[in-house]
Design a protein around this ligand. Structure first.
Ligand code: PFF
Length: 448
């Protein structure tokens, strides 16, 4: 381990921090609305399949690269193949991190706003809330400042401590909400929509959405797991750690659906509502509940914390890059990057009705994303860039660094990985890059 880079204080600390990165708005806000837009239960089946056969093995590849090199994405590639242009993939990851952080923090700001709205007892209309520029920008700025303050504190001091305390609390609250939502009259139809698959609803678009959601939710494709893997010691078992991360992340997403869909059908709302789903359905649910204002405020507080452990990780990637490669002090660069990201996210903050220009921005074809700037950013960085980054990284790991070298790294510290050694090499070299490639072609309408 190089001096002053920092490392996780324990295996469980790493699992919780990486789960903290994975679990966030992607599970509770994004997963349910993507399920709603893509036909319900059949999507859930495709999603879980992709998580297990692509997400998990791919995650191991990123972790192996990180632990071997003990570097950020750019430095890791440069350490293995000095001077090669594959480094560009690392840069793509750094830029993707900034792109996601910008729009993600806007939404995280809304969740903070909803803590206060719930406490006031009158959540009011979501549409008028997000189109109020001043409120939204203040909440957004607040969220970036909190994120930067924690990243400023370094790896194990800041990131680990928060994850350890607050994630279990979120879990318990969600269990309670599942029970409550499913006791409402009319909720059974929601459960059916969510759990009884109709496979005729699956097509190329649905599979792409599942792949994009899997990478986004598991924090894959931009080198986050390279960065977090770089702080893991050699004696840790990466294989079982990745298993836990994938399990926790999927569990929370599935649980979010078990709250949302029953509650939604009980209120007679439409599952295809899109991005505003969570902000409309949850407040309605809370307003019906006894002590709903307090429960609602606690829920949005925990959701904000879940988002925070993800924004911390998003900021950590460019910060680790600047600290390792450009030798700038962590404490200074954190604030510079945070400020630049803040500027980058302003159009997203204004794109929900505050500014007509950004609300109807539409530089992408209509079939790919909604016209507002935030949705367009979400598609470019949250879907396309992660899938493209994962394609290049899987080729790099499988063929350039060599899947065998990666597998040897994974075998170190892991008793169980040995049984998957050959299968994993096949997955990394052939299966994963080919599947991602086909899905990307489909995205550009090649098979239409
Ligand atoms: N996985 C996070 C979520 O589901 O909310 C979002 C995310 C964090 C994506 C970090 C990518 C990343 F590197």
């Amino acid at each position: 381990m190089q001096a002053n880079r920092g490392e996780w204080s324990s295996k469980i600390g790493f699992i919780l921090a990486a789960s903290g990165s994975a679990i966030g708005l992607g599970n509770i806000w994004r997963f349910p609305y993507i399920v709603g837009q893509n036909g319900g239960a059949a999507f859930v089946v495709v999603y879980l399949l992709i998580v297990v056969i692509i997400g998990l093995p791919y995650m191991l590849g990123e972790l192996a690269l990180g632990r071997t090199s003990q570097k950020n994405p750019v430095g890791a590639i440069d350490a293995i193949t000095p001077g090669s242009s594959w480094k560009g993939v690392g840069y793509l990851g750094v830029i993707t991190g900034l792109g996601i952080l910008s729009f993600y923090s806007v939404i995280a700001g809304w969740t903070v706003g909803y803590i206060f709205k719930m406490l006031s007892g009158h959540p009011g209309s979501f549409g008028s809330f997000i189109s109020d520029p001043l409120q939204v920008i203040i909440l957004y700025a607040f969220f970036i400042v909190i994120t930067a303050t924690i990243v400023h504190g370094g790896v194990s001091g800041g990131i680990e401590r928060w994850s350890k305390i607050l994630m279990p609390v979120l879990f318990v609250l969600m269990v309670g909400l599942i029970i409550y939502a499913n006791s409402l009259p009319g909720s059974g139809k929601g459960l059916e929509f969510y759990l009884m698959p109709d496979f005729s609803k699956i097509d190329g678009r649905v599979i792409l959405a599942a792949l994009g959601q899997a990478f986004f939710s598991l924090s894959l494709g931009m080198g986050l797991m390279i960065t977090y893997g770089s702080y893991v010691t050699k004696s840790d078992d990466l294989f079982s750690s990745a298993g836990y991360i994938v399990f926790f992340d999927s569990l929370i997403a599935i649980m979010a659906g078990l709250i949302i869909f029953p509650a939604l059908f009980a209120s007679g709302l439409n599952p295809e509502e899109g991005a505003k789903l969570v902000f409309v359905v949850f407040p309605e649910l809370f307003m019906k509940m006894p002590a709903g204002t307090i429960v609602g405020a606690i829920f949005f507080l925990l959701l904000s914390v879940a988002a925070l452990t993800s924004t911390i990780s998003l900021l950590e990637v460019p910060v680790a890059f600047m600290v390792d490669e450009k030798k700038v002090p962590r404490k200074k660069i954190v604030w510079i990057i945070a400020f630049a990201t803040f500027l980058l996210g302003l159009p997203s903050a204004l794109s929900q009705g505050a500014s007509e220009f950004f609300t109807n921005f539409a530089f992408l074809p209509q079939r790919l994303a909604d016209p507002d700037f935030l949705s367009q950013m979400s598609f470019v960085f949250g879907d396309f860039s992660l899938a493209f980054g994962a394609l290049l990284l899987s080729i790099y790991i499988g063929w350039i660094w060599g899947a065998k070298n990666a597998a040897l790294e994974l075998a170190e510290g892991s008793r169980f990985f040995k049984g998957f050694f050959t299968v994993w090499i096949f997955m990394m070299r052939y299966f994963i890059p080919i599947v991602i490639f086909i899905i990307l072609l489909n995205l550009f309408g090649i098979f239409d």
